[in-house]
Design a protein around this ligand. Structure first.
Ligand SMILES: [Zn+2]
Ligand SMILES: [Zn+2]
Length: 277
């Protein structure tokens, strides 16, 4: 399944239709503004509109990305509670919309020991999962490792998953972030080594979504800057190897490349050609 993060300014139904128009088989959206704590309640009309668009386009797989403000590992008690409430509300909205996956950056320890940050995030995730519908799974995204953000390596992810211990917590890979964090997926050997490490520490079946981006910044730079497919430091050959890997047959590969309005169609065509090669 290939697709893209689609702007949802005109509503979720419109985002799904716009995705279909450029060749998406799956779509990622924000259900609420990613820069704001407050969100509007989900109306039955909005649910109907999304369902009608899914019916019409055949796009069943819709994925949500949470607010950028959420930091479950925040040392600030007020920010911690706001983050919990916001992510819980996000899972609540997705339950109403029938959206199975919420991708989240989880958080950053802000200078505290990693174990403390992970334990706090795990505690918040357990509370959020307990308060929300079973149909929604939270996906912890691999990060580029900028600042003190958690989950730029598989040991931290494994510790978080073990601490939460729920089938409703899984993983979203991001090819740009993994590369920036120092996983050498631009080479065949490095990619296989990364897959083997993930399989040993977590299990590849836990990868439910892959954000499919090239990287504008070099290998192991710990800088998070997405690039158009084949125009970055990962390159078309390596991205093609990942796109054709039969292990991802049922996993949505979703673009988060720049200039959605003008470039998503082109990037999606490139992704489709990688897969077909
Ligand atoms: Zn991503
Ligand atoms: Zn990114």
């Amino acid at each position: 399944m290939i697709g893209a993060h689609m702007p949802a300014g005109k509503g979720l139904g419109a985002a799904v239709r716009a995705g279909k128009a450029i060749g998406c088989e799956a779509v990622q959206i924000f259900t609420s503004s990613p820069q704001m704590w407050r969100s509007k309640p989900v109306t039955p009309k909005a649910v109907d509109e999304l369902n009608a668009a899914r019916e019409e386009t055949g796009i069943q797989m819709v994925v949500s990305h949470d607010s950028y403000l959420v930091n479950l590992a925040s040392p600030d008690p007020e920010n911690r509670v706001k983050s919990r409430d916001a992510l819980q509300a996000e899972l609540g909205r997705c339950g109403l919309y029938g959206i199975p996956y919420v991708v989240s950056h989880i958080g950053a320890g802000m200078g505290r020991p990693v174990e403390v940050a992970i334990e706090q995030a795990a505690e918040e995730i357990r509370a959020i999962l307990a308060a929300t519908d079973e149909s929604v799974t939270l996906l912890a995204e691999t990060t580029a490792g900028q600042g003190s953000s958690l989950n730029s390596n598989f040991d931290e992810l494994a510790a978080l998953l073990a601490a939460v211990d729920s089938p409703r917590l899984a993983v979203c890979w991001d090819t740009c972030h993994l590369f920036a964090a120092g996983y050498a997926l631009h080479t065949e050997a490095g990619y296989e080594e990364m897959c083997a490490e993930f399989e040993a520490k977590i299990g590849l079946e836990k990868v439910k979504v892959i954000h499919f981006n090239d990287s504008a910044k070099p290998f192991a730079s710990r800088r998070d800057r997405h690039a158009a497919l084949g125009e970055g430091e990962i390159g078309a050959e390596a991205l093609g190897r990942i796109a054709r890997d039969p292990r991802w047959a049922g996993v949505p590969l979703l673009l988060e490349t720049p200039d959605a309005e003008t470039m998503h169609a082109e990037n999606l065509a490139r992704l489709a050609s990688y897969r077909a090669a």
